[in-house]
Each structure stands twice: as structure tokens, then as C-alpha cells.
Design a protein around this ligand. Structure first.
Ligand code: IPD
Length: 301
């Protein structure tokens, strides 16, 4: 019920703040002069630190104590084939979203905690402990940014429609899959979005206008939050995991944004659709043909 969700939100906010303290502690530890090298996973740009694991363990433990019947999907403990989504309430958690930023001391790092109910994101909390920015959302009950000044409803100002690409500030991400076909698709889209249509490098898409600029914050969840807040007009990325987007989806949708995946848009129609609807827009596309991928990658939606 709505009041159950409000209770769960209270718990999730305290949990996110607790996790935030551990992230700050971790940042001090990994940047201390005596610190060892951080760990690496999958490839040299897809990083994981001991704090990703520690924060997830903390969050998983506290959730199990408070809500023993809820399921849990977390970035660090996820095993393909073992964590399938059911109708049960399921927490979906990225303990440190923006791990590369965390490693480099670039303060756009957050914990992202989403709750899925009946297979739909129902509640989200995103907390950046470095800037003390806390974003929350409950399906049907709005989303908010909480700062020392108190909670403010999102979007922060009355939403400016997105009349054309030429007036938009967009977020894109490089992600960690830098294989040639993926990188080609991503950088091709970046050029279409930001290229000068009057230049000789071929036509720009959708009305022949280039966006004001592109930004890359290095955290999918914080990109969602910034579109919800109104500081970005659009976020476009190929390849995200459920924990990157679960909390952000509720927060952004409750702020009036459209969140779209493959089922709703075709590659070149993405930007056109955003402009036609005149709403803030988030497009997350799957990497490659998921039918031909195996293991963890097959879940990458
Ligand atoms: C990644 C970040 C990055 C986005 C990737 C995510 P992580 O999450 O959000 O900005 O481009 O798609 O997987 O690895 O920092 O938790």
C-alpha cells in the first residue's frame, strides 16, 4: 500500500545514508598514501573495489534483517540464472554506482537502491554521500531531492519542454564495453547528437541541429537523477544493468520524464521521439543481440 511504501522509503533512506558513510570511509582508505592498488574485473576499465563488495554486504544484511521475505539483486553478488526476477518484492542495488569516479576521487558517486514490486520499479533512493544529495521516489507519490534545506519536489523548476535538440543538454556514457562494434555505435550516436550539421562530416539527425553539448557524469543513476531534477534534458546510453537504472526509473518517471528501452523506440527514432513528446527523456538500449549473448551479458538491459 502507499503507506507501506512510505515506511519502506524511511528504512531505505537510513540504509542509503549508512552505506554513504561507508563509501566515504572507503574513499579515505583507498586514497591514503599507504593504500594498495584497487582490484579489477572483466577488463581494465570495468573496476570493482573491496568497498563495492563491503557496501553491498552491509545493505544486503540490513535488508534481510528488516524484510526477510524480500528478494535481493545486487551488482556484486549477482549470478546469471540464479537471481531471476519473481513477483516478490525485490530490492535491486548498486552499492557504488560510479566506481571509476570513486577510484579517481571524482565526487559523482552514489548508492542506488530500488525496490521492484510485481516486476515494476516501485521505489527508488539514490544517495551521493560526497555532495550529500539524496534523491527519492515512490511510484504514484512523486520524487524529491533532499538537501540540508529540506525536501524539494522534482523537477526543481517547472519543466521546460524540449522543443528541439538544438536547445538540449544531453548525458551520454562511454560505459565499460569498448569492443569495436559497441564503440562504433556509441561514438556514431555521440557525433549525431553533437556534430555540426553544417560541417562536411555528413548530415546531423533530426532537424539538422546539434545539441548544446554532451555530458558524461560516470554514474547512470546520477544521470537519471539529474534529468529528473531538470539539469539535463536527456540521457542516452547503450548497455546498463538493472541495478544501474531501477531506482532512477521511479525517480525520473515520477518527475514526469519518459524512460524508454528497446521495446519503445528504434535506434534512430530515439531523439526524434524525445523531441516530439517534448518531455525529458531517458533512453537505455541493450547491448547487441541478447539472444546471442550468454551469462551476465544476456541480462544487460
Ligand atoms: C556504471 C556507471 C557508468 C555507466 C555503466 C554502469 P558502475 O556502473 O553507471 O556510468 O556507463 O553503464 O554500469 O560499474 O560504476 O556501478
Amino acid at each position: 500500500t502507499p503507506s507501506d511504501l512510505r515506511d519502506i522509503l524511511g528504512f531505505t533512506i537510513s540504509l542509503a545514508r549508512k552505506a554513504g558513510s561507508l563509501i566515504l570511509e572507503g574513499s579515505k582508505a583507498i586514497h591514503a598514501p599507504s593504500a594498495k592498488d584497487v582490484g579489477e574485473k572483466k577488463n581494465s576499465v570495468d573496476l570493482v573495489t573491496e568497498y563495492d563488495v563491503k557496501v553491498e554486504e552491509l545493505v544486503k544484511k540490513e535488508i534481510a534483517l528488516m524484510y526477510p521475505n524480500f528478494q535481493f539483486i545486487g551488482e556484486e553478488s549477482y549470478v546469471a540464472g540464479e537471481n531471476e526476477l519473481t513477483d516478490d518484492p525485490t530490492f535491486c542495488v548498486d552499492p557504488i554506482d560510479g566506481t571509476t569516479n570513486f577510484v579517481h576521487g571524482f565526487p559523482f558517486v552514489c548508492i542506488s537502491i530500488g525496490l521492484i514490486y510485481h516486476r515494476r520499479p516501485a521505489l527508488g533512493v539514490i544517495y551521493n554521500p560526497f555532495l550529500d544529495h539524496l534523491y527519492t521516489g515512490i511510484r504514484g507519490q512523486g520524487s524529491h531531492l533532499h538537501t540540508s534545506a529540506g525536501p524539494q519536489k522534482l523537477p526543481l523548476s517547472s519543466p521546460r519542454p524540449l522543443p528541439s535538440l538544438s536547445q538540449a543538454l544531453l548525458a551520454v556514457e562511454w560505459g565499460s564495453d569498448r569492443t569495436a562494434p559497441i564503440l562504433e555505435a556509441k561514438s556514431g550516436s555521440f557525433l549525431k547528437l553533437a556534430g555540426d550539421p553544417s560541417g562536411s562530416k555528413g548530415p546531423a539527425v533530426h532537424g539538422g541541429r546539434m545539441a548544446h553539448s554532451l555530458r558524461s557524469m560516470g554514474s547512470a543513476a546520477l544521470n537519471f537523477a539529474m534529468v529528473a531534477q531538470g539539469g539535463l534534458d536527456m540521457y542516452w546510453e547503450i548497455g546498463c544493468w538493472p541495478w544501474d537504472i531501477c531506482a532512477g526509473t521511479v525517480i525520473a518517471q515520477e518527475a514526469g520524464c519518459l524512460v524508454s528501452g528497446d521495446s519503445h523506440c528504434k535506434h534512430d527514432g530515439d531523439v526524434a521521439e524525445a523531441i516530439l513528446t517534448g518531455r525529458k527523456y531517458i533512453v537505455i538500449r541493450a547491448i547487441g543481440d541478447t539472444k546471442t549473448e550468454s551469462g551476465k551479458d544476456a541480462q544487460k538491459r
